[in-house]
Design a protein. Structure first.
Lengths: 140, 155
């Protein structure tokens, strides 16, 4: 059943997908930093307020993923920021996250050598988002 | 006396100069990412700093699936990153975004040579064989390519 984009239910399903992925488990071995996704508001897309996704990821598993204010996500070790519609493109496989970062469509803050070392893990994490059926607010 | 003072000034300038600078007022996201990656590498890893201090070459990197490139102008201890492919390059690497990221994940093995026999290395070598990774100017610049790979590698 589809869940509302960037809701608490979505966070739970996303966390389950990450923890089900053997690819992520092996590619993210040694990862010990928090990751925040900032989803910027786009009122014209029926997404009126910015949200933050805070991911507590440790050594190949997701210990916690929760949705809250954008300010919480901005405190994480790594922060990726983009407007709502860009995140939707990533989650629907219209935009490859690596390409998005190189093009500046997704803005990354954090230690670059570390994130590059875990490219495969971040690609798999993106794959996990695509496996969560989502009800998008601009498609209602 | 005058000359001695000028010498001190020159040394101070070198000590405070950032290792990486950008030629363009608004560096592209790709330029900022590569420049930031190299800067973090040379500032945290002495062996990369040594390579960085010895390298003088102009290297172009073009990402074929986003149509964006940068030129890395290494000037022995200083790097100027240009948006796009600038003229007079010694080497030009052309590949898809994923392959460019994999290049920076190549492990460095014996004698400072990139490792092409592990999973990442085999992937990069396969792209080279299939023409999905093209390196223009390789002839005569193999040592430069290896040095750039070492500076670029996060492993």
């Amino acid at each position: 059943m589809a869940v509302k984009a960037f809701s608490d239910e979505w966070a739970t399903k996303f966390k389950d997908e990450v923890n089900r992925s053997s690819v992520y488990k092996s590619a993210a071995k040694g990862w010990k930093w928090t990751v925040g996704l900032v989803v910027e508001a786009e009122p014209d897309k029926n997404f009126p307020e910015s949200k933050g996704v805070v991911m507590d990821l440790f050594d190949g598993s997701a210990r916690d993923i929760k949705v809250g204010p954008a300010a919480e996500a901005q405190k994480c070790d790594f922060v990726i920021t983009a407007p709502y519609s860009r995140w939707k493109q990533v989650a629907t496989k219209e935009l490859d996250a690596t390409k998005g970062m190189l093009q500046g469509k997704l803005k990354l803050k954090g230690d670059l050598p570390t994130i590059v070392r875990y490219t495969k893990a971040s690609q798999e994490m993106t794959e996990c988002t695509t496996r969560v059926p989502v009800e998008w607010p601009d498609e209602k | 006396m005058h000359d001695a003072g000028a010498g001190r000034m020159a040394r101070r300038k070198v000590a405070t100069q950032k290792p990486v600078e950008y030629a363009d007022v608004e560096p592209s996201a790709f330029a900022s990412m590569l420049g930031g990656l190299i800067e973090a590498n040379v500032e945290s890893r002495p062996e990369k700093r040594k390579d960085f201090d010895s390298l003088a070459a102009r290297v172009g990197i073009f990402v074929t699936d986003i149509d964006e490139g940068v030129t890395l102008d290494f000037q022995r201890g200083h790097l100027v990153v240009h948006n796009g492919l600038a003229p007079k390059r010694d080497l030009t690497i052309r590949a898809e975004a994923g392959t460019v990221m994999n290049l920076s994940n190549l492990k460095i093995g014996l004698f400072g040579m990139p490792v092409y026999y592990d999973e990442v290395g085999r992937g990069v070598a396969a792209k080279l064989v299939r023409g999905k990774l093209r390196i223009d100017g390789l002839l005569g610049n193999l040592a430069t390519l290896n040095t750039v790979t070492r500076i670029f590698s996060v492993q």
